[in-house]
Design a protein around this ligand. Sequence first.
Ligand SMILES: Cc1ncc(COP(=O)(O)O)c(C=O)c1O
Length: 389
Amino acid sequence: MKLSSRAKSVSPSLTLAITAKAKKMKQEGVDVISFGSGEPDFDTPDNIKAAAIKSIQQGFTKYTAESGTDELKKAICDKFQKDNGLTYGPSQIVVSCGAKHSLYNIIQAVCEKGDEVIIPSPYWLSYPEMAILAEAKPVFIETDDSSGFRISLPALEKAITKKTKIVIINSPSNPTGSIYAKEELMKIGKLVSEKGILIISDEIYEKIIFDGNPHVSIASLGEDIFKNTVVVNGVSKSFAMTGWRIGYLASPDNELVTAIKNIQSHSTSNPASISQMAALEALTNSGTIVGEMKNQFEKRRDYIVDRINKIKGLSCLKPEGAFYIFCRINKKGLSSMEVTDRLLDEANVAVIPGKVFGSDAHIRLSFAASMGNIKKGIDRIEEWFNKNG
Ligand SMILES: Cc1ncc(COP(=O)(O)O)c(C=O)c1O
């Protein structure tokens, strides 16, 4: 079969290849410690599971409205009001099969061939591929440890052209864990919205922010910014619900929301009815679970950052949110792919090469793993770098 040029333009996922290799080694009996995971290691809370079971037993197993049930959309509006000070109506919400699906839908709805999508780099690896799938061009703004992985206003100004359609902001960020301060977001938001460019604010790690800092949604920083922003969020990371596949978006642009609903109606229809009931329970009755997970993540972050910065050949900033450490490889000539391959083969530790996120000088370690495994894994990394770093 001759494949479409669209299909051929998409890169295979290196992350999946590495996790598959680590899994195979485990199955063969090798004691592999994995820092690769992009999902909380906690189980979905019992009340959320029970809500899903109840919905099955009550026969809530049919199609729903393509953009989600009214009840869930109302709960999402309440969440936006309470957590972010944002006022949306249920008709301005679209629930999709994960935040990834929400992001995909927006880019499909907005981009034409040749349009440009500005993506701060390092970036979450699906953003550029989604732009390419919409025949748009990803335009990267490079950042590094010295700027805390945050873009500057002059760099943003320089990257914007007549073809710029979207600027993606991801705070807290995967893979760097950096967050933007309110003042920085305000400046970015003003600049981008004055030019009539759409901001996608990916806030999927909103609930995992450390040191008592608040989450600020860029959409909350002025009327013009609000009008030009689509906020994307979901239940995957906040409630340990990655497999349930529920994400959502909100925008006051009714034309855009309708276009997204239309696209979704011809691809997946509605997100799973059962998962929607589970998400409703998560958003309306989460108790203290979110805070408890965050506290665990914060303890692990503190431990791992302290250890990494004592390893000869590696260094890292303290991530302010999410559950990843983006470590700089300080030895010249040692690429992220080589470190990743050799750590797996020689130390039985799985990490993700920074190359997939736009920086070959880094490796990403997820701390969505037990403290016991983190200690064991860091010991092995330390030993490997003592020999090779
Ligand atoms: C930055 C970022 N955005 C979006 C997603 C997608 O989340 P979901 O599981 O809701 O599709 C991820 C998942 O890894 C992510 O890291």
